[in-house]
Design a protein. Structure first.
Length: 277
């Protein structure tokens, strides 16, 4: 019995707005594969038609993702090659595609990345904020309680942050950041590579005021600076502990957070926070 060689799964990055932002290699792969697995075939047809590419398409959008992943795996196991694309950017990075990629790994299918444009890197390059190290946090939770918890957990991180946010939540998100991060420097990039691309720089409160007076629409990338290195001044640390406690944080948690930030012993700060009352 002849053994059929498995096909290859190509993870293809596609434009995030401007259709010219696609590599020659990506175009070649899309033309050569047997089938294209697209997040939304209606959306992807705009790109494919623009470059004269006609292929069999599988949609794995939303609830279809798990079932369509199995269909795609069967095709790969039968020897067909598949290009996985999302509506914009790279599949699996704040986009669907991870289910199929995981299944392909489980079935020992060869996976080849075809890199290309990504909104977070484009936003970082124009931000002017430190880029030696950064933390990509994707989309924050939509519910405020959970979102604020995540931001609190990140508040002491010293690396630059990159977030994605939807237009209907961008002001709420920035307000939570201002309350938890303070008036840090930030950059908002709206509609990266698209016709109405806009870069807004300033402190978080300044950006909020600007957005309140403008039309909020499209997709947003938020880049913020990390926590600045604090000096070891115990009095300043105690003031911050009292401020956190007034916001409802327990003494132990407040001390633990500030001790790390100021590089002061937790026991020393805890005892001084008690004696200061």
């Amino acid at each position: 019995m002849r053994c059929v060689a498995k096909g290859t799964l190509f993870i293809v990055s596609t434009p995030i707005g401007n259709l010219e932002d696609i590599t020659l290699r990506a175009l070649r792969v899309l033309k050569e594969v047997d089938v294209i697995a697209a997040e939304d075939t209606r959306h992807s047809l705009r790109l494919l038609n623009h470059y004269g590419i006609s292929k069999s398409l599988i949609s794995y959008w939303g609830e279809k993702e798990k079932a369509k992943a199995e269909e795609t795996i069967r095709r790969l196991n039968s020897g067909q090659s598949v290009a996985l694309i999302s509506d914009a950017g790279t599949p699996g990075i704040s986009d669907p595609g991870a289910v199929l990629i995981k299944r392909a790994i489980e079935d020992s299918v060869k996976i080849v990345p075809i890199p290309g444009p990504t909104a977070m890197i484009a936003a970082l390059t124009v931000s002017g904020l430190p880029t030696e190290e950064f933390l990509f946090a994707g989309f924050l939770p939509p519910k405020q309680t959970r979102r604020r918890k995540v931001l609190s957990e990140l508040s002491l991180e010293k690396r630059t942050f990159v977030f994605y946010e939807a237009p209907h939540r961008v002001l709420e998100c920035l307000s939570d950041m201002t309350e938890i991060f303070g008036a840090r420097r930030a950059v908002i990039v709206k509609e990266v590579t698209k016709m109405h691309e806009e870069v807004i720089r300033g402190k978080l409160p300044e950006i909020i005021e600007y957005l309140k007076g403008s039309t909020i629409a499209g997709e947003y990338v938020i880049v913020t600076e990390g926590q600045e290195e604090k000096s070891g001044n115990a009095e300043d640390a105690l003031r911050e502990i009292r401020g956190l406690m007034k916001k409802g944080l327990g003494r132990k948690e407040a001390v633990s957070r500030i001790a790390k930030e100021y590089r002061i012993g937790k026991k020393e700060l805890y005892d001084r926070s008690l004696s200061g009352e």
